[in-house]
Unconditional design. Structure first.
Length: 341
């Protein structure tokens, strides 16, 4: 069997670990042949391929990013896109496809499976917001990077008696903010699932200063104030209909400073969170996902995604994985509120 592999959406620590596991087991244990599609769905759409074998995957386990490249290309937004994908898969002699990505990438995979393409999905997103799986690889690395930054910012905040705002990723789900804020000892955590009261945030900031400590506020990029709106950088949408977010950290910096009279500074971690070396946990999880994904393909399964349930890797329908985002339950947020102020 000849299997195609692609990585779509934003890059993420652990992608190369998945590719390595798929190729190693698929080639050496199951006897399959592989081809890599470059730059997400743009690869099968435009016929962009690269050799993909054991030699190409040596030494990539600890590397961040993806050797296949990525993009946010949506073939369903291109005239004749599905026919072009099918034709290019056939031209490359591909019998099945392993698609590694998040909500958008797997959404395309779901529709292609319904169109008769044999496809197995692997969940990837640092936001940890994909349904049907307990965790996605990349999330642990992103949280650890954010915690490292928060640990360093504590000393600067205390030295200069400032309120420091740390903006982390999280468009619709606040998992990174929740976990990094709890682990980093933040005094306030703001997430998209719970619109925040700016006056209440300022009260927490004042209470922290009154105890002669400097506050740290961790905010997800998609968090919004009550009766406010999401902070965006531009109105143009990408191929999947997403607007580019940015600015909530600076908004809080201005408002906290003007309302409390205390100096405030914002730090936006941005792409730093999804770059660099994956943690050991993400390497292991990504590797296990890759091993089980190639098993699914070998067994003729299609329209499924490998997922983590407890400590087991299972297969779930792609439709289930992409039906709705996994957001932070309010009871989980309530646990963090104990430490606010």
């Amino acid at each position: 069997m000849r299997i195609g592999v692609l990585t779509g959406g934003g890059d993420c620590p652990g992608l190369n670990a998945v590719i390595r596991a798929v190729v190693r087991k698929g080639t050496e244990t199951l006897g399959h042949d592989f081809v890599g599609f470059r730059n997400g769905w743009k690869g099968p759409l435009d016929g962009l391929t690269m050799p993909l074998g054991v030699e190409q995957t040596r030494g990539i386990l600890p590397r961040g990013g993806t050797i296949l490249g990525s993009s946010r290309t949506n073939p369903f937004r291109v005239d004749g896109g599905i026919e072009r994908v099918r034709d290019n898969l056939a031209a490359a002699g591909v019998d099945a496809l392993v698609a590694i990505g998040g909500e958008d990438t797997l959404g395309v995979a779901t529709r292609l499976a319904k169109e008769g393409v044999t496809v197995v999905g692997v969940p990837k997103t640092i936001d940890n917001d994909l349904g049907a799986t307990d965790y996605t690889f990349g999330f642990d690395t992103a949280v650890q990077i954010a915690v490292d930054a928060i640990d360093r910012l504590h000393t600067t905040a205390e030295s200069h008696h400032r309120a420091l705002v740390v903006e982390v990723m999280g468009r619709h789900a606040g998992w990174i903010a929740l976990h990094s804020g709890l682990a980093g000892g933040a005094n306030v955590i703001l997430i998209p699932e719970r619109p925040f009261d700016l006056d209440e945030v300022c009260r927490y900031v004042q209470a922290r200063f009154e105890k002669e400590y400097a506050p740290i506020i961790v905010v997800a990029e998609g968090a919004v104030p009550k009766e406010g709106q999401m902070a965006t950088q531009e109105s143009e949408l990408d191929a999947f209909g997403h607007v580019r977010l940015g600015g909530i950290g600076q908004f809080l910096e201005r408002e906290i400073g003007s309302r409390t009279g205390k100096e405030a500074r914002a730090t936006v971690l941005g792409y730093v969170q999804r770059g660099g070396t994956p943690t050991a946990y993400d390497r292991v999880l990504a590797t296990r996902f890759g091993l089980h994904a190639v098993d699914a393909v070998s067994e003729g399964d299609s329209g499924v995604m490998v997922a983590l349930r407890g400590t087991h890797i299972v297969r779930v329908p792609l439709e289930e994985a992409t039906r709705e985002l996994k957001t932070v339950p309010l009871e989980r947020y309530a646990e963090a509120e104990v430490f606010f102020g």
